[in-house]
Design a protein around this ligand. Structure first.
Ligand SMILES: Cc1cc2nc3c(=O)[nH]c(=O)nc-3n(C[C@H](O)[C@H](O)[C@H](O)COP(=O)(O)OP(=O)(O)OC[C@H]3O[C@@H](n4cnc5c(N)ncnc54)[C@H](O)[C@@H]3O)c2cc1C
Length: 399
């Protein structure tokens, strides 16, 4: 059971505050925005309904390069150079051109928070959306109202500060994810694409030191994943304990609306097909933070920052839509064809090409990018795909 650190009841005092930048949400996206604002002199307030790092939101798997680039290796648990993909008729082994790692959520959040310079308060951000005035937004929380000219919604898939009607599963573009965290060790990063577990989606086992993160994600929100998660854990002879789940957006949305900046899952920045949303939350969080830093320094207006950040996010839309097409295609591939196809695609040249292309959507080099490349121009670098090897040019793609 997670230990609840968040203050409750009478321990909660009123929170009425003015600040320069209000960041709602203190997970991957929100903390990445805050990191970019360190040293700007801005009064940054970060709010979350839980204490920082209290509630793990994922299996915490990420390309190792992102942990290195953000100096978060202190939270590292295990590194993998190979991805093992099981399907009903074959197991394919992909030698990755870059490694993937698991990390500890609480430790990572603490390390990332240390890189920022902000005030933190626990508060639940509530609707309705803030009234947009010329100079100030007013954000309602369960502890009072906070006023700030610059407001970031990094609150996850609910997009609490959005203006439209709230999106609700199962109608929205949301996948379902659930995992268990049994004690134990493992050596392999494994994926299952198998209709025995889920008709459209995949199962996973991510070892992380002395625990395993075993789960199932369904691209179809109507399909419940508790029984499949338990079944996968039992097939792996692991105890299905320590449940943790959430909705996962699988379609990119507008990254600005009503004068608010949306980052991470609130903007649909989680990648379709793979449901990788941590590095993209970092990536877009950094992009947003850089634009905000320029506003704080007087180098651009809020309107310009909104326009630039919105355009930056939108420039990635084609990559997201393309991955969504593959997400929809794979469940339609007959199992007898899927196994040989996955094995065929494990050819090193193809894996190098496709996984390099996939990493480039949100590359860790972005952390140290300077000047124009660090801002609106970065999408050009990120969207450049390495040339496809001739031998696989007609062989389809997984990423
Ligand atoms: C089971 C599962 C496994 C996953 N595994 C991986 C993985 O291994 N790798 C990967 O890259 N991605 C993974 N994902 C996706 C990933 O977790 C998300 O894309 C990522 O967490 C998005 O980060 P975020 O900061 O935008 O949002 P979140 O991590 O969801 O953070 C939102 C924050 O806002 C706070 N909050 C929400 N509502 C309110 C409110 N009203 N008031 C105040 N605070 C609020 C929350 O407490 C939270 O701290 C997984 C998802 C699931 C469900």
């Amino acid at each position: 059971m997670p230990i609840r650190a968040t203050k409750r009841g009478t321990e909660r005092t009123r929170l009425e505050r003015d600040c320069d930048v209000l960041i709602c949400g203190a997970s991957f996206a929100g903390l990445a925005v805050a990191r970019e604002l360190a040293g700007t002199g801005a009064h940054v307030l970060v709010v979350d309904r839980y204490e920082i790092g209290e509630r793990q939101t994922s299996a915490c798997g990420i390309p190792t390069g992102w942990l290195q680039a953000l100096e978060l290796m202190g939270s590292h648990r295990q590194e993998f150079g190979e991805l093992v993909i099981h399907s009903p008729h074959a197991t394919a082994r992909y030698q990755l051109p870059w490694s993937f790692s698991t990390f500890d959520y609480r430790e990572l959040c603490a390390l990332l928070a240390q890189q920022g310079s902000f005030e933190f308060e626990t508060a639940k951000v509530e609707g309705p959306p803030p009234a947009n005035s010329e100079a100030m937004h007013v954000v309602k929380t369960d502890r009072g109202e906070i006023r700030a000219p610059l407001v970031v919604d990094a609150l996850g898939w609910r997009r609490v500060l959005g203006r439209g009607a709230p999106i609700q599963p199962p109608d929205a573009y949301l996948s379902r994810g659930l995992e268990v965290h049994p004690h134990g060790r493992g050596e392999e990063l494994e994926i299952w694409i198998d209709r025995r577990y889920v008709p459209a989606g995949y199962g996973w086992s991510f070892p992380a030191g002395d625990e395993l993160r075993i789960g199932v994600g369904s691209f179809d929100p109507r399909f419940h994943v508790k029984d499949p998660t338990v079944a996968l854990a039992r097939d792996l002879e692991r105890d299905p304990s320590g449940y943790q789940g959430n909705w996962i957006p699988h379609r990119i949305r507008e990254a600005t609306e009503g004068g608010i900046f949306f980052v991470g899952d609130s903007a649909g920045h989680c990648l379709p097909l793979t449901a990788e949303g941590i590095r993209t939350a970092f990536y877009f969080g950094i992009a947003c933070g850089r634009e905000l830093a320029d506003v704080v320094a007087g180098r651009q207006s809020r309107a310009a920052a909104l326009a630039r950040y919105g355009a930056f996010s939108a420039a990635h839309r084609w990559q997201y839509e393309w991955m969504l097409r593959v997400q929809r295609l794979i469940p339609r591939v007959p199992p007898r064809v899927l196994g040989p196809a996955l094995t065929g695609m494990s050819v090193k040249r193809f894996v190098d090409w496709s996984f390099s292309h996939y990493l480039a959507i949100a590359h860790p080099d972005y952390v140290s990018a300077h000047g124009d490349r660090a801002r609106a121009g970065a999408h050009l670098a990120a969207s450049q795909s390495p040339p496809m090897p001739a031998s696989t040019a007609s062989g389809g793609s997984i990423a």
